[in-house]
Design a protein around this ligand. Sequence first.
Ligand SMILES: C[S@@+](CC[C@H](N)C(=O)[O-])C[C@H]1O[C@@H](n2cnc3c(N)ncnc32)[C@H](O)[C@@H]1O
Length: 333
Amino acid sequence: MRVPAAGELPLPPFELASRVGSLEDYDDPTAVYEIFGKAIKDDIVAGLPKGYSLEGRRILDFGCGAGRTLRHFITEDVGAELWGCDIDGPSIEWLKGNLVPPLNVFLNGEVPPLDQADGKFDLIYCVSVFSHLTRHWAEWLLELHRLLKPDGLLLATVMGRGLSESIAHEDWDEDRVGMMVLAPGQAWSAGGPMVFHSPWWLRAHWGRAFDIVSLGESGFAVPDPDNGQGLVVMRRKDVQLRPEDLRRVADDPREAGALDHNVDRLMGELEALRPQLSDLSDSLAAERAQAEPQVVPTPQSPRRSLRNASAWRALISRRGAAPGSRGSDPPPS
Ligand SMILES: C[S@@+](CC[C@H](N)C(=O)[O-])C[C@H]1O[C@@H](n2cnc3c(N)ncnc32)[C@H](O)[C@@H]1O
């Protein structure tokens, strides 16, 4: 198959392109989507161990959206078999209709497993996925561990130092952040939940299943090295672990303080949400009261008595029965 040149591949509709990173405020959203996708692809490749060749590899983009990154692996013809999966049906449908082949794609559920064989992939990367996974992170990390060949590589971006001020609205202090979950349950259209990781916590927890090859704290796919997400490059360890083995609190004095800080942040979110909820419910009640016709709560409104009376009369005349006989009981309404 001829390798399409950059710019020849079809582009996803705006809603699918914008759900993986808002394009609302740009004059040329297509250019931004393409530039950012290429920067992500370039930084994935730059993160690989020295001398690692993609030729002949089977690669999975876990949480691929509509292929913002994969499209650049296609056009640069890296000689690898390219796979992608996501929980978003419309994104996967679009990929099936537009970039399969050369891609291989499938829809996955909110929780593992994926319908793929053990040890199938040489390399798995996840961009902005673990930075939003709250409840099932350990299950997913072990599922990707299962899918990797022995010595396979996992590359995952994480939020930390580079996004603390802009997203967590606090100065970065790695002593009080382990795995910090903010905005749990937030819709993907609003950016999804936000999860921060500090390097010591990643080494302590993810390091049980993977050797940490390198750990960049910020600068992933952005021009400013102190901004943006970080990239963790990991090599699969030959271990059998359960999710609880990854979650188990590490023997690090920072764990307790980090959990305490996360509880504090979540309580702050709840305290801010409660008054908003109660305002919302008051204004909904007011709107409903205005919209609904006023009904006088009498045991039987005149309209209903009338309907019953006429139905009764109709029944009587159909049956030819006189009031007082069995056929004269008012019909149930
Ligand atoms: C911020 S977007 C990034 C998309 C893509 N990696 C990129 O950089 O263009 C996060 C993606 O992860 C997907 N996602 C979230 N949870 C997932 C899961 N459990 N399995 C697969 N994909 C998931 C979302 O649907 C979304 O497409």
